[in-house]
Design a protein around this ligand. Structure first.
Ligand code: PNS
Length: 159
């Protein structure tokens, strides 16, 4: 049976840290869905369609990877899509506490498992928020985001 997993997140925008996790997870599962949360309470810098386009372009070299969006509970999305595993990247111990809480809650709700993958050390300090802040004030983020993201940031005058 094909193993299907999800990498969920806000991806506003996708960073090289996210991409590292997606690339490595795509080696472990037959089908990997990168799922962008639609959160009406949080506008973000990029709309969901732009976030999805940037992810699609950044993962075009990977087989078995598709991009989607979801709203509501992640576990309901997983149930509807036949997804068996949630893959999450862990940067530092600070991520651990909340991520474990979510993993335990999600497993308690439907039995779905969460697999944690440590980010590469070179990506341990990356977050979409930090990248947006640095880019907004003219800092160089070209080594921190995939090319399609850099292009969008430049179009918006955010670099
Ligand atoms: O990139 P982020 O913002 O850290 O991703 C967090 C995300 C989207 C994975 C998480 O907030 C989530 O799963 N949200 C969906 C709503 C949900 O299922 N909440 C209950 C979690 S226990």
């Amino acid at each position: 049976m094909k193993r299907k997993a999800v990498c969920p997140g806000s991806f506003d925008p996708i960073t090289n840290g996210h991409l590292d996790i997606i690339e490595r997870a795509s080696q472990l599962y037959d089908d990997l869905i990168v799922a962008v949360l639609v959160n009406p309470e949080k506008a973000g810098l990029f709309d969901v369609n732009s976030r999805m386009s940037m992810i699609r372009e950044s993962t075009a070299h990977l087989s078995g990877v598709t991009v989607d969006s979801f709203h509501g509970l992640l576990v309901h999305y997983c149930r509807d899509q036949g997804i068996e595993v949630i893959v999450k990247g862990l940067r530092a111990i600070s991520d651990f506490e909340y991520e474990v809480q979510m993993a335990q809650m999600n497993r308690g709700l439907t039995g779905i498992e969460t697999v944690f993958m440590p980010t590469g050390p070179e990506h341990g300090h990356l977050s979409s928020s930090l990248i947006k802040a640095v880019s907004h004030f003219g800092g160089d983020v070209s080594h921190l985001v995939p090319a399609p993201v850099l292009e969008r940031l430049r179009e918006r005058g955010e670099d």
